[in-house]
Design a protein around this ligand. Structure first.
Ligand code: ASP
Length: 352
């Protein structure tokens, strides 16, 4: 009997990859998943069976947590009982670094979930959508990518969802993983891994029942904290601090008071590297703030830290679980203290 071909489900959410000229100036999301897949040359050569579903038609900026949790539920359903071996999500690149990490936290299965998009829309020369979709399909259908959680594939680079960032507003090579580099590349149509994530850390979806409001506050020179008054309606706050996690001394009391009411996480606004814990001792230093109850984000950048805090609060995690989760996911603490079981044990980081 012939072997069943690999089956991939492609879910389109909109974004530049799906945009064409609208009635007024500028492009808007109009293309369906069927139209996106029809524009991909060489698909038949992959031997992969691709199913498609137009899930949303939105710019990346207008996606909401509800859209993503519904998407995660659909992915879980189709990859556990629907005969689907891997999933491709196409969406706006503006929010991929956040959506992919949320999907990664909520995806407990082995099937690869690969998020992609495009920097150049289909109406202009050199549109990168078709190449990115093809590379994403090859990755989602590759046995090599199984068990790696959610990946982001653009420009033939494969990035871990927990590491990747959009680093340039227009460049086709915008997606980078500043702390680790890419996990691998799609080379001549084949997935070539150079490294694997050290650990998978996931939150069982059925526990994520609340819809918290989590803010992000970026600290700046001479900041007097006026905008922090708006933090009162929040369930949690991430502070993007200066350098290794510093704030002006005038903010210390305000942040310390907030941290008695809601979880306040301290990340670095620099774009790479960890928040420290015990190097500086001045008021507003990283050690001062963490002594006053702020939780260090480790290597997680402010956007990833906000997604993790949102997911933890959605799952009703208390202060001890939040601290343990950030130590584990931030890469500065004990990964075995992640509050939920890990889906599948990954081999240690390997270099080819
Ligand atoms: N510039 C964005 C993109 O690359 C627009 C969006 O996120 O929808 O898709």
């Amino acid at each position: 009997m012939a072997e069943k071909p690999t089956s991939i489900l492609m879910l389109s959410l909109g974004g530049t990859i799906a945009m064409t000229s609208g009635r007024d100036a500028g492009v808007v999301p109009t293309l369906t998943a069927e139209q996106l897949i029809a524009a991909v040359p060489g698909l038949a050569d992959t031997g992969i069976d691709v199913h498609v579903h137009t899930f949303r038609q939105l710019p990346g900026a207008s996606l909401e947590f509800d859209d993503l949790t519904a998407l995660a539920a659909l992915i879980a359903d189709r990859t556990t009982t629907g005969g689907i071996d891997g999933v491709v999500v196409t969406q706006g690149t503006d929010t991929i670094e956040e959506t992919a990490y949320l999907l990664d936290l909520l995806h407990t299965g082995d099937a690869p979930v690969v998020v992609t998009g495009a920097m150049r829309n289909p109406t202009i020369a050199g549109a990168d959508g078709p190449a990115n979709v093809l590379a994403a399909i090859r990755t989602a259908g590759s046995p090599t990518a199984r068990g790696l959680g959610t990946l982001v594939v653009l420009a033939d680079e494969i990035h871990a969802a927990g590491q990747v960032r959009k680093t340039h507003s227009t460049s086709g090579g915008t997606f980078r993983s500043p702390n680790t580099g890419p996990l691998g590349h799609v080379v001549e149509g084949t997935v070539r891994l150079l490294a694997r994530p050290l650990h998978r850390m996931t939150v069982p979806m059925e526990t994520a029942t609340r819809v918290p409001r989590v803010g992000l506050y970026t600290v700046t020179l001479g900041d007097d904290g006026l905008l922090l008054t708006g933090a009162h309606g929040l369930d949690g706050l991430v502070v993007a601090g200066l350098g290794v996690g510093h704030v002006p001394r005038h903010l210390v009391e305000k942040l310390a008071a907030l941290a008695t009411r809601i979880p306040v996480v301290l990340a670095s606004r620099t774009g790479a590297g960890p928040v420290l814990a015990s190097t500086y001792g001045f008021p507003g230093s990283e050690s001062d703030l963490q002594r006053r109850g702020l939780v260090g984000a480790g290597f997680l950048d402010p956007y990833k830290a906000r997604i993790l805090l949102w997911t933890l609060l959605a799952a009703d995690a208390g202060p001890d679980s939040i601290a343990a989760a950030f130590a584990a996911a931030g890469g500065t603490g004990d990964p075995t203290r992640w509050p939920w079981p890990t889906p599948s044990q990954q081999p240690e980081m390997q270099h080819a």
